[in-house]
Write a protein that binds this ligand. Sequence first.
Ligand SMILES: *Cc1c(COP(=O)(O)O)cnc(C)c1O
Length: 433
Amino acid sequence: MNEFHRPDGRLHVESVSLERIAADVGTPFYCYSTAMLESRYRALEEALAGLPATICFAVKANGNIAVVGTLARLGAGADVVSAGELTRALVAGIPASRIVFSGVGKTDDEMAAALDAGVMQINVESEVELEALSRVAEARGVTAPAAVRVNPDVDARTHEKITTGRRENKFGIDWGRVPGVFAAAAALPAVALTGVAVHIGSQLTDLEPFRHAFRRIRGLVTDLRAQGHRIDSVDVGGGLGIDYGDPADGGNGPPSAADYADVVRQEAGGLDCRLLLEPGRYLAGNAGVLITRVVYVKEGETRRFLIVDAAMNDLLRPALYGAYHGIEPVGDIAGGDVGEYDVVGPVCETGDTFATRRPLPRVEPGALLCVHAAGAYGAVMASTYNARPLVPEVLVKGDAYAVVRRRVAVEEELALESFPDWLAAPGAEKKVS
Ligand SMILES: *Cc1c(COP(=O)(O)O)cnc(C)c1O
């Protein structure tokens, strides 16, 4: 189901015209579809039917409390990787009993916050972290519910910056060492280590790496139980890829939720364990777009540039990963000619490029462009580089929409800064003299 469509020639999200939102909130802005979030969640939930599975949305993909709250209403849990994300998940209405705390560098304060909140599980990624967790829990008089994140040494065959399950990556504990960690944990006073977790990378478009990783986990669960350890939870992580509309993908598209769930079921289903899933991109990626306005059409020597008012600070993925995002004009494109454009932002970096040599309907300055599949790792990765304030986020539901993060004024950003004593504020100096 695609909620981005052209009922009257112009692009809408559900029943709301993107031109109307742009006129109301200005550009650039992110826009998310409630129906898309819901349909993705339900597709995965249905695919997992019959399994004792909890879908824990990876908040790092999109931490807006309205987005997380939409999923919370459907019964989602959350996977969080910082104290900030923990707060967001709780504020959005996700019960602590459905929150997993992951991440390779949790501080004592973050562990304390997770324990105080009463999260379901803390996934530890090293022996030293396990000891730290026991120490923090002991000081608070509680027992920490923990799982070990296993590094299965499986190549996810995705972009090198988002592959996490190989031995040389910083993530998890090498699978061969996991039994030793369980044995050592038995001597720790304040951890109950009863789970294993795996997450091998993001934007996987092939199911085989998942299968290999889950199979390795299944073997570990069997071995650990044979060694007398209680294992009651298996966390299969996230990573399911989505369609970015890249023609280089060969039109195969990512696996369906059903095919992915079949692999989970086959490899991890019969373990008599609670199953946790941590999808981020799959739930939110296609549910969001970035809307930007063409400022100039610049004829270069060899290229024609569309200079737009969004930039790499608003959507980093193309600059960071060379990522492809489908782009189309919001206005009516029927019958127009097609040109070839580089779509670029105004930031002083050559990497500030959303698309290169992209065939697009011819557009004039002032036209709105829709950058697709920006609902995950979009707004959350934004920065204020070039003193460009963070852009608004809008959530659509049916024929209604709401600004769920308002535009920040430069003055509000500046209000966070101050002059030290030894530098008189320019304004103050004048008043004194
Ligand atoms: C990033 C991450 C996820 C989510 O990954 P997606 O590719 O967005 O599904 C899940 N679990 C962990 C531990 C992560 O680091």
